[in-house]
Design a protein around this ligand. Structure first.
Ligand code: PBG
Length: 329
């Protein structure tokens, strides 16, 4: 019987030793909280498939934003949920300065100034009657170039409302370049672009569709990426960086850690990942059944996403995770 000379277990023996050699730590300032603002409601509304997440009123949005800032959360990503009456074929309520998303961005900026990073989703799916991320061509497909024009105006409207950064999430070809040009032309050279660069057409966005009351029929496979493909993500990220993306994002997060890792190696801009609604819902559902230790799974998943290479993480657990991190370190 021979005994090992080298014993990796030594570094795992006590909590203090483990803390000393811990390689990956998530910081609250690296978390971004997605928030939903619903038009015309007087009380926040729970979202059944996202327990703990609500559609906000204008008032409750500000309260939640303050809570996030106090917890040390690094940024806020706002989604608008318009009245059905304000949806149309082209999503014009997304461009309207009085549309719910721009109203919310203005409120947040007026309330919080530069205390946190305020971001808006640049995509028309919440604002269109058909629920697609762009305008439709005669054959029912999403018309890429006609949509670009809308995104450009939407981004400028968000900059004017007070967003520090805009987040184009519609996966139209050329969207980052067009938005960069439009922002610059309107004098918004300082407004950044968080590009949803590698966004997969998977099944993990289900609860989000409830959150924004999506009317989508069918799916987004003609514009979002096919889950088996990694190289397509590299291509998208290269294009977005060349077009002026300040931060690139991969979405979803946990099922695509290999994509995060590959992109981290490839580009010099910060890399973000979006722990999407389905990732959140799975853990909440299992925890509600007593099948998982909720807090430990939350922290483990965030740590894994960071270890893979994402230094910024969008997560519906941002506030709670920030609080847990502050207790831990
Ligand atoms: C598009 C958008 C979506 C999400 C973020 N931005 C929906 C989609 O692509 O269908 C999903 C985020 C999540 O599931 O948490 N505006």
């Amino acid at each position: 019987m021979s005994f090992p000379d080298i014993r990796p277990r030594r570094l795992r023996r006590t909590p203090a030793i483990r803390r000393l050699v811990e390689e990956t730590r998530v910081a609250p300032s690296e978390l971004i909280l997605p928030l939903f603002l619903k038009e015309g409601i007087t009380e926040p509304r729970p979202i059944s498939s996202l327990p703990g997440v609500v559609q906000h009123t204008r008032e409750s949005l500000l309260k939640a934003a303050h809570e996030a800032v106090s917890a040390g959360v690094g940024g806020l990503m706002l989604y608008g949920v318009p009245d059905n009456a304000n949806k149309d074929e082209t999503g014009s309520a997304g461009l309207d300065p009085e549309g719910i998303l721009n109203v919310g961005l203005r409120d947040l900026r007026a309330e919080l100034g530069d205390d946190t990073v305020i971001m808006g989703d640049v995509c028309v799916d919440e604002f269109t009657t058909h629920g697609h991320c762009g305008v439709l061509a005669a054959d029912g497909s999403v018309d890429n170039d006609a949509t670009l024009e809308i995104y450009a105006r939407m981004a400028v409207a968000q900059a004017e409302a007070g967003a520090h950064m805009v987040g184009p999430s519609g996966m139209m070809d050329g969207q980052v370049g067009v938005i960069r040009k439009a922002l610059d032309a309107a004098g918004h050279q300082d407004i950044g672009i968080l590009a949803y660069s590698a966004k997969y057409a998977g099944a993990f966005y289900g609860p989000f569709r409830e959150a924004v009351e999506s009317t989508l029929q069918g799916d987004r496979r003609q514009y979002q990426q096919d889950p088996p493909n990694l190289r397509d993500a590299l291509r998208e990220v290269d294009l977005d960086v060349a077009e002026g993306a300040d931060i690139v994002m991969i979405k979803p997060a946990l099922p695509y850690l290999d994509v995060i890792a590959a992109i981290r190696e490839r580009v010099a801009v910060p890399v973000a990942a979006y722990q999407v609604s389905g990732e959140y819902a799975m853990v909440e559902a299992a925890a509600a059944n007593g099948w998982l230790d909720r807090e430990r799974v939350i922290m483990e998943s965030l740590t894994s996403i960071k270890r893979a290479g994402a230094q910024i993480i969008l997560t519906y657990w941002a506030v709670e995770a920030a609080q847990l991190l502050r207790e831990r370190y």
